[in-house]
Design a protein around this ligand. Structure first.
Ligand SMILES: *[C@@H]1O[C@H](CO)[C@@H](O)[C@H](O)[C@H]1NC(C)=O
Ligand SMILES: *[C@@H]1O[C@H](CO)[C@@H](O)[C@H](O)[C@H]1NC(C)=O
Ligand SMILES: *[C@@H]1O[C@H](CO)[C@@H](O)[C@H](O)[C@H]1NC(C)=O
Ligand SMILES: *[C@@H]1O[C@H](CO)[C@@H](O)[C@H](O)[C@H]1NC(C)=O
Ligand SMILES: [Fe+2]
Length: 476
């Protein structure tokens, strides 16, 4: 049964999914928002302010540094000289009794010369603990803090934010500010970061730097788990730049080595009650490629008894009913969809389409070019596909949808926003999509999800118990 109650006045919508199928009305929201122009914030705006002091660390951010959440990688840029690679840290403010030594790198892009990009692994941390850290030298040093996640446990609660296609416009700022009020503890970023590739020549590097300073207000204090989108490719032969993902790979750290991935572009982490797999749509992924072999391996490491929630991040949506980027996820779908269904993945989050959309549980794994139904069908084992490409970059919104709304699409709206996923325990998660709504935080698409592994396990056990009581034989 599927219950849907919409309270029009407050734009509040609660949908409780206890079963699958195309049961209730699908929703194409008619909400019309007033819009800021989709232009990048000028470089002299205070959200891009350069911290005071000679060679002061800027663009500070952290990400998970190991498989299980007991490490972080801290990254920052020093503009004038390499400076120190050291992170000092400890459990109380102003008392840094530990330190770690990182590495420094730099690169050029056309005639732009990057600052000194530091990455430092801080490991052997305690779970569920607040750490303070300090980077930089002398009077220019800066201090931040972060909270480590709880120990991996199937029933521990934890809240993720999901942001995609962010860019650096006034809408991006609105998304970031709304996210920071949401209680999210870690960001799952679904690709297309700075949109610096909309610029040419030296401005590409300059807009990567401004974006790094822009997201620092969140990313220095909680991990952002990165996946790469098409705007990170930066294939710009006109400027002599032909190495894909050059800026991204210099600037962004991921813990890919913890799962024996050979590329920063695909990896996995376990955090609280979730196993999170990050894939790259713009790296080879067909049969026998390194990514394909790695994913096949990684799926065998998933243990739903320990991490009940299985989440996949990628940039290109596999199911999308927007005219923008329609069918672009089809090639990856044809390679991986049956794995996702057999693994009982809970959620697949993507971006790319500058709008919001959520699917029902559907699959199209019975279709092949010689036979089978070419339409996706309701499938209890399938993931829910969610597109959150609505971070607010300078390309604006993707407002044209397939009409009528296809049966696989549950909710869709072309507005800016972000999502949060509150994992409550092994069986329940609350999911919200939050539309920016010009200033106020308005939760719009609100859904309670049951875990794909445990909910059905419990159902099986309940059935078995009932059957036993009734004296019915069972093969469950
Ligand atoms: C990196 O920095 C060093 C030291 O300042 C400099 O000599 C070198 O040219 C830089 N490399 C690149 C690729 O910019
Ligand atoms: C990575 O490979 C090493 C060496 O083969 C192995 O010991 C380790 O368990 C692997 N890591 C994972 C997460 O499988
Ligand atoms: C193609 O799909 C049909 C119908 O689902 C199935 O019976 C058949 O085995 C499939 N063929 C291959 C090669 O997978
Ligand atoms: C799991 O969380 C849900 C939602 O908060 C709650 O209703 C349910 O009772 C919890 N289950 C257990 C076993 O605590
Ligand atoms: Fe994209």
């Amino acid at each position: 049964m599927l219950v849907s109650a919409g309270v029009r006045g407050s734009c509040f919508l609660l949908i409780i999914i206890t079963c699958v199928g195309f049961v209730s009305a699908r929703i194409t929201s008619s909400f019309v928002r007033s819009e800021w122009p989709s232009v990048d914030i000028p470089l002299d705006h205070q959200v891009f302010a350069i911290p005071k002091g000679h060679n002061a660390p800027q663009q500070v951010r952290i990400t998970q540094g190991d498989y299980d959440g007991k490490a972080v990688i801290i990254s920052w840029v020093t503009p004038d000289e390499p400076g120190s690679n050291k992170v000092q840290y400890g459990k109380s403010e102003n008392k840094y009794d530990s330190s770690a030594e990182g590495m420094v790198t730099n690169y050029t892009f056309y005639n732009y010369k990057s600052g000194y990009i530091h990455h430092c692994l801080v490991d052997d941390l305690e779970y569920d603990t607040k750490y303070y850290y300090k980077i930089g030298d002398g009077h220019s040093s800066r201090e931040f803090w972060f909270q480590t996640p709880p120990k991996i446990d199937p029933d521990v609660s934890y809240t993720f934010g999901i942001i995609g296609d962010l860019g650096q416009t006034y809408n991006s700022l609105s998304t970031l500010e709304h996210y920071m009020q949401s209680g999210g503890q870690t960001v799952l970023f679904v690709g297309d970061l700075s949109y610096a590739d909309r610029y040419e020549y030296n401005d590409v590097g300059i807009r990567w730097d401004s974006w790094g300073r822009f997201v620092e207000q969140s990313a220095a204090y909680q991990p952002w788990l990165w996946s790469a989108g098409n705007h990170e490719i930066e294939y710009m032969p006109k400027m002599g730049e032909v190495i894909p993902f050059k800026s991204y790979l210099y600037r962004i750290a991921t813990p890919h080595m913890a799962t024996n991935s050979t590329s920063k572009l695909w990896y996995a982490v376990r955090r609280a009650s979730a196993h999170i797999i990050v894939l790259s749509n713009y790296s080879p992924y067909v049969k026998y490629t390194p990514q394909w072999r790695w994913l096949r391996e990684e799926l065998t490491r998933v243990n739903r008894e320990k991490t009940p929630w299985l989440i996949v991040l990628m940039h290109v949506p596999i199911y999308n009913s927007n005219s923008a980027h329609f069918m672009e996820g089809e090639s990856m779908r044809s390679v991986y969809e049956s794995w996702f269904v057999h693994a009982r993945v809970d959620f697949i989050f993507a971006g790319h389409v500058h709008a919001y959309e959520r699917s029902y549980r559907i699959s199209n794994i019975h279709y092949n070019v010689t036979s089978g139904d070419p339409y996706p069908v309701p499938d209890k084992s399938a993931p829910v596909y969610i597109t959150v490409g609505d971070g607010g970059n300078q390309e604006g919104l993707a407002g044209r949808y397939m009409d009528p709304q296809p049966e696989y699409s549950a909710y869709r709206e072309a507005s800016y926003g972000h999502s949060t996923l509150e994992l409550k325990n092994r069986t329940h998660a609350f999911y919200h999509w939050n539309r920016n709504d010009d200033g106020k935080k308005v939760p719009t698409d609100l859904v309670m999800f049951h875990n794909q592994y445990w909910a059905s396990n419990m159902q099986r056990r309940r059935l078995k118990r009932n059957h036993r009581k009734a004296g019915i034989a069972t093969d469950h």
